[in-house]
Design a protein. Sequence first.
Length: 256
Amino acid sequence: MPANLFDPATEFVGRRALVTGGSRGIGAAVAQRLLDGGAAVAVTARSHTADTPVDAVFIAGDLRTADGASAVADAAVRELGGLDILINNAASARPHVGGVTTIPDQEWLDSLDINFLSAVRVTHAALPALRKSDGAAIVNVSSGGATPLPGPIIHYGAAKAALNAYTLGLAQELSPQGIRVNIVTPGPVLSPGGTEIRQTLADAAGIDPDETLVGVPMRRFGEASEVAEVVALLVSPRGSWLTSHNFYVDGGVGAL
């Protein structure tokens, strides 16, 4: 067993990772955690933000098309010299407080493109490089909305439910090849996107966003870093026998 197996400062030395949606929120926290562990990391998003980890290679891209996803994966492999870890975190949710019938057809398609098909496209483009790695790992970041939730974000939840089904099927195919595949499902996290959605839904219901904590047994919002730590476990040697699972990081919501 390597001496540095449980050293958070060195456990990813020599590993190369791509994090989609890595410019802010959970994606940025995951990228920073991997960097802190010694990995070489590329992050992609449509634009750079103040929260984008400064030591990561930034690749501007749009994952809503097959060509865009392939370009990002190819650039990451080229910049990093290969790929061992893939984190599919890119996501977007636009609530429609009028309910399911107010969601335009095009927005259903957009939600599928960014919340589901982006992961499919990047994964397929990255697989040739991942197959060359010794112990590659993929984590797809889902959502508690994959139940799916009714009403304002049902299109987002449906796309994430598709992502879950794809991920578990992918794990069954790739695990015999030495590529581990897992899902991480965050609960209500203090991130720019999550906070904005909660505010929109709370405004529509005429409540304070903090009132949504009644559904969280631990009675607090999560931190992006707490999700990142679970992702780090799953892609590290510590998680070498973990595959084909959905790990809930949600303060107990998933147990209800």
